[in-house]
Ligand binder design. Structure first.
Ligand code: FES
Length: 363
């Protein structure tokens, strides 16, 4: 798991110029940003990480969205371009803007890379199960791994609605051509008959439980990467568990959670008065937490550079280490159990249980 430097964790944005916009499908594009030489270190990323993008809405409010980087992480000095995949979300203001208006020469505010759904290249056999736009970070992971580690093998199991809605077709075909002995692709279409290979249908728990052992030595796989909508990731996780895969070999990133996928945890009596102490970019401060507000919002009232994007417990941008005190989280779709066990929390979902709570965003 990648360790981020404090410099890469803070919530500062920089304006980056759009260098390219490639249409991938009717409803998705890849957007490339030019990184000026002095910011290359700031935007150094691990394969699988994402970027938070920011813009002002027509009503003046701020919109932030995270998009995964799809390009390989190859330059130790940091990238000269950053390429992300954007799929249109119905009613999504940012994705609509990206698909309909964004053009070469525009400027977008971009936060430093974040996220722990990463694989640093190492020998071994790795597998990804992805749905739809879940291919985006996995493309970065697979291309970096295969390009930098000759003793690594990668199997990509991807599920899309139709061939026409499939993102990054050319990039994945390129991996097949370049690494015929080390890259395996299984493509399932849920709403379209396929000419050859697998029958159509959803890649759900039952199907994966049957499919995976026929494809691979499941328990010998060194790392599993699950990415896509909540239902697909949950189904894949249950299938792997049933097949005897140890939990610590499974990594997941959820792109979209329906409201109600998880009810907020049971209310815990909150202290009448509470305060949060937070360290961010090496500077600390202590501030009161208002009744019902999250620790992130309490910090943001005083430190506008606190990192966040979705405020929904999904992207993990607001991850912080709980130095002392106790919190309850409403929901968590971003942190793995090991991270929670190690003391990390999502500040956007955390409410104080004790009168004093201390967070460190730099760890
Ligand atoms: S801001 Fe996305 S999980 Fe907290």
């Amino acid at each position: 798991m990648a360790r981020q430097t404090p410099a890469a964790r803070h919530g500062a944005f920089h304006p980056l110029r759009v260098a390219e916009v490639d249409r991938l499908t009717d409803d998705s594009v890849a957007v490339s940003f030019a990184v000026p030489p002095e910011l290359r270190g700031t935007y150094r990323y691990a394969p699988g990480q994402h970027l938070a993008l920011r813009r002002r809405s027509v009503d003046g409010s701020e919109i932030r969205r995270t998009y995964s980087i799809c390009g390989p992480a190859v330059d130790p000095d940091g990238p000269s371009t950053l390429r992300v995949g954007v799929r249109m979300v119905e009613g999504g203001e940012f994705s609509t803007f990206a698909l309909k208006e964004l053009a070469v020469g525009h400027t977008v505010e971009v936060m430093a890379p974040a996220g722990r759904f990463v694989l640093e290249p190492k020998p071994g056999h790795f597998v990804a199960v992805v749905g739809g736009s879940g291919i985006t970070p996995v493309l970065s992971i697979a291309s970096t791994l295969l390009g930098r580690e000759p003793d690594a093998h990668f199997c990509l199991i991807r599920s899309d609605r139709t061939a026409a809605s499939t993102m990054f077709v050319e990039e994945v075909a390129d991996l097949k051509d370049r690494y015929p002995d080390r890259f395996q692709l299984v493509h399932v279409l849920s709403r379209e008959e396929q000419q050859a290979g697998l029958p159509s249908g959803r890649l759900d728990e039952a199907r994966l439980t049957e499919l995976l052992p026929a494809l691979l030595p499941v328990t010998a796989v060194d790392g599993w990467f699950l990415c896509g909508p909540y239902g697909l990731v949950q189904g894949a996780e249950r299938a792997l568990h049933a097949l005897g895969v140890p939990r610590d070999r499974v990594h997941q990133e959820i792109f979209h959670v329906d409201d109600g996928a998880s009810a907020p945890s049971l209310p815990v009596p909150a202290p009448a008065r509470s305060a949060v102490t937070a360290t961010l970019d090496g500077r600390s401060g202590s501030w009161p937490v208002k009744d019902g507000e999250s620790l992130l919002d309490a910090v943001l009232r005083n430190r506008a550079d606190a990192p966040y994007a979705c405020k929904g417990g999904v992207c993990g941008t607001c991850r912080a280490f709980l130095v002392s005190g106790e919190v309850r989280m409403d929901r968590n779709f971003a942190l793995e159990q090991e991270e929670v066990g190690a003391g990390y929390v999502l500040a956007c979902q955390s409410h104080p249980v004790t009168e004093e709570v201390e967070l460190d965003f730099d760890r």
